[in-house]
Design a protein around this ligand. Structure first.
Ligand code: FE2
Length: 241
C-alpha cells in the first residue's frame, strides 16, 4: 500500500516527537502492509511555518535512519498545506511541494480547517484548476461543516478535487459520525484515496492495514486495491492514468 499523508518527520509539526517515535511509526507502517510513505508535515502559515527546505532536511534525516534499520519502506516528501490567502503567492514562488502528479497535473494536499468549509473555497479551487494544479483534499469526513452538510462532498468533487479519507475514520478511531460518513462516501464511490494521516505511534498510528480489510469486506478487494495502492501509487510515481 502507498500512504500519501503522514506526519512522520520528527519535531516539525504536531506529528512525531522524536526519531525513535518516527522509526516505530515506520515499523508499524511496514507491518500494516505499507511500502511507501509520503512525509507531509503541516505547512500552516503562522502555526507550522514549514518550508520545502526544512521539510527536505527532516525527510533526509528520517530516510537515513529508516535505511540504517533496513526497513523495507520507501519515503518521499511533500506537505499538507492549510488553505490561506497566501497560497497563490507561494505557488507563484514555487514554494509549495507536491505529492506527485495525477493525469499530468501536480497534486497539492490542500487542507481545510477542521471546523468549517472556508468562504471563497470554490474560487481558490477554480483558480488552482485554471493554474494546472490538482487539489487533493484530506479528511473531508472529519470536517464539521461537511458532517452537518454531506452534500459538500459532491460539491468538492464537482469542483475537481480528489478526496482522501483517513484510514482511522473508516475503522472508527474518530467516532461514529465520522465513521458513518466515511462508509457512506465509500458506498457512493466518492473516495479517491485512503491514507493514514498518522501523527504518532499510539494515539494516531498507521491504520491502513485494518482499514484495508474493512474496505475489502465492506465493498470489494478490487476497490480496496484501487484506494490504498493503485491510485496513490500512480500519483507518487507521477504515472498517467
Ligand atoms: Fe494531516
Amino acid at each position: 500500500m502507498i500512504d500519501v499523508h503522514s506526519h512522520i518527520i520528527p519535531g516539525i509539526d504536531d506529528g512525531s516527537r522524536s526519531m525513535k517515535m518516527s522509526l516505530t511509526m515506520a515499523k508499524q507502517s511496514v507491518d500494516a502492509g505499507v511500502t511507501h510513505v509520503v512525509c507531509t508535515p503541516h505547512i500552516h502559515w503562522g502555526v507550522f511555518d514549514n518550508t520545502c527546505a526544512n521539510i527536505e532536511e527532516g525527510y533526509s534525516r528520517l530516510n537515513d535512519a529508516v535505511a540504517a534499520e533496513n526497513l523495507p519502506l520507501t519515503l518521499s516528501w511533500a506537505g499538507e498545506v492549510r488553505i490561506k490567502e497566501i497560497i497563490p503567492q507561494w505557488l507563484a514562488e514555487n514554494a509549495l511541494p507536491f505529492v506527485g502528479k495525477w493525469k499530468g497535473k501536480p497534486v497539492l494536499l490542500l487542507e481545510m480547517p477542521h471546523s468549517h468549509v472556508p468562504a471563497g473555497l470554490d474560487q481558490l479551487l477554480r483558480w488552482l484548476s485554471a493554474s494546472g494544479i490538482q487539489p487533493l483534499i484530506p479528511h473531508p469526513e472529519r470536517n464539521r461543516d461537511v458532517i452537518k452538510m454531506p452534500d459538500k462532498i459532491q460539491w468538492l468533487r464537482n469542483l475537481g478535487c480528489l478526496l482522501q479519507v483517513t484510514a482511522g475514520a473508516i475503522t472508527g478511531r474518530f467516532g461514529d459520525k465520522v465513521q458513518a460518513l466515511s462508509l457512506q462516501m465509500l458506498d457512493a464511490d466518492q473516495v479517491d484515496i485512503v491514507a493514514s494521516d498518522m501523527h504518532d505511534d499510539v494515539r494516531r498510528p498507521n491504520d491502513m492495514g485494518e482499514a484495508y480489510q474493512m474496505v475489502k469486506e465492506h465493498i470489494s478487494e478490487t476497490r480496496a486495491d484501487k484506494l490504498f495502492t493503485q491510485t496513490p501509487g500512480k500519483i507518487v510515481t507521477s504515472q498517467d492514468e
